[in-house]
Design a protein. Structure first.
Length: 433
């Protein structure tokens, strides 16, 4: 049964991956057609074609390897020095094996001279290239809202799980009291497991972060605490101790390190909490910030990733993870001993996080990524407008093909990194349980 659920989880992730890729390329396709650019191919996957069908002047198909996708637009690059007009695939994988100017020349048909990508105004090209990543962002936000407001997420609540009998520094990492340890404020006040803390020091505490922050800010003070016990409210009084506790970031997440702050002395119970719209927006904003930080920190994580793949190093929980690793995590989610609704919610979160990463990664201003083409179009717009202001001759289209040597280097680095992550995902995978 466990193996079957593992396979089911992997299938769910792979389906979500294919939908995400198709959705991304649909953004490029729809806007390209809207601006009259001819698109000969729309493909999900790479390698041998499993299925395809031509509708109009576009071939739609699915390929064998579900690790990406592409659309082929004609006229991605302006004519070369010899005056020839070529087209180019938007796929970063294709960009490594296709010649930047020769392949698409053979695809030109009579009448295509007015349907070339490079002939469109820069703002239209920006829209076409931005539409793909934007579709991933839209899908990520939609899935996050579905999970946060529909399913809810597991988090700490204002319900007491257990009461600490004494005050112990967080760095000591022990749960046994010594004779010299003072009694905890929660124990002295009469707080009990299953108590729901309704308010703290006169402030209503509907969620854990509000309660936690109030406790931390009340060191040395005697405060009233209203709890709900057996359906009735009761007021307790506690003198908040000063203790060494775990450090938290601005979003309330525990991070490495310790601080001296107020300490009441109880563990909060966890539960599924449905978020309202405002909380959902705040939660997603924090996740975008985390994702940006992860991309910035990516180069620094490569040595540890190498050690995890080829040495004896541990695989960190925040280690970069590829499609294979994510699929494994998707399978592991469905083997966890949690309600089926939470399994589905976690799987949707995984797909949403994947789409958010796709958006941010593709927006990097590097060829052959979408952000590189966007940067090229913006640079063309800038220099043409400057030429117009200073009454200079129009410099013409910016030849993005001249940056292909850089694109090859970027693509090579990306492929090497992908292979490293793949090996690490196979020999030393990230595990969630």
């Amino acid at each position: 049964m466990t193996t079957l659920m593992m396979i089911l989880g992997i299938v769910v992730f792979v389906v979500g991956l294919l939908i995400s890729i198709a959705w991304h390329e649909l953004g490029h396709l729809s806007t390209a057609k809207m601006f009259g650019i001819r698109v000969p191919q729309y493909m999900v996957g790479f390698g041998p074609t499993l299925f395809s069908r031509r509708k109009g002047d576009t071939e739609y198909g699915v390929k064998a390897i579900p690790l990406g996708g592409y659309i082929r637009m004609i006229g991605m690059f302006p004519p070369g020095a010899d005056g020839r007009i070529e087209s180019r695939s938007t796929s970063p994988f294709r960009s490594m094996v296709e010649d930047a100017r020769a392949a698409a020349f053979e695809e030109l048909q009579p009448g295509d001279e007015s349907r070339l990508f490079y002939t469109r105004k820069p703002w239209k090209r920006v829209i076409v290239m931005f539409a793909g990543p934007f579709m991933n962002l839209v899908l990520a936000v939609a899935l996050f809202f579905v999970v946060l407001m529909g399913f809810g997420i597991v988090q700490q609540t204002n319900v007491v799980s257990s009461v600490s009998p004494c005050v112990i520094k967080a760095s000591q990492e022990r749960d046994t009291c010594k004779a010299s340890d003072p009694q905890s404020p929660a124990k002295a006040a009469g707080l009990q497991p299953k108590d729901k803390i309704v308010s703290f020091d006169g402030v209503r505490t509907d969620e854990w972060n509000t309660l936690s922050d109030k406790i931390r800010d009340s060191a040395g003070r005697t405060v009233p605490i209203v709890v709900e016990r057996d359906g009735q409210q009761k007021t307790l009084t506690a003198k908040i101790a000063t203790n060494q506790v775990a450090k938290k970031d601005s979003s309330g997440q525990v991070v490495d390190g310790y601080v001296n702050a107020g300490f009441l002395g109880f563990s909060a119970a966890t539960g599924v909490v449905h978020q309202d719209f405002g909380d959902s927006v705040g939660w997603m904003t924090d996740r975008v910030g985390d994702a940006v930080d992860s991309i910035v920190a990516l180069p620094a994580k490569i040595p540890a990733l190498w050690d995890a793949a080829f040495g004896d190093g541990p695989r960190e929980q925040d280690s970069p993870m590829g499609v294979v690793g994510a699929a494994r995590v998707g399978g592991e989610i469905f083997t966890m001993d949690i309600p089926a609704t939470q399994q589905l919610a976690m799987a949707l979160m995984l797909v949403a996080g994947f789409n958010l990463s796709l958006f941010l990664f593709n927006m990097l201003p590097l060829l052959p990524l979408d952000g590189g083409h966007i940067a090229g179009a913006l640079w063309e717009a800038l220099r043409r407008n400057l030429a117009r202001v200073f009454r200079r001759p129009d410099p013409g289209p910016f030849d993005v093909a001249k940056l292909m040597p850089v694109a090859y280097v970027v693509a090579g680095v990306f492929v090497c990194f992908t292979i490293l992550v793949l090996i690490a995902d196979v020999v030393n995978p990230v595990k969630i349980s």
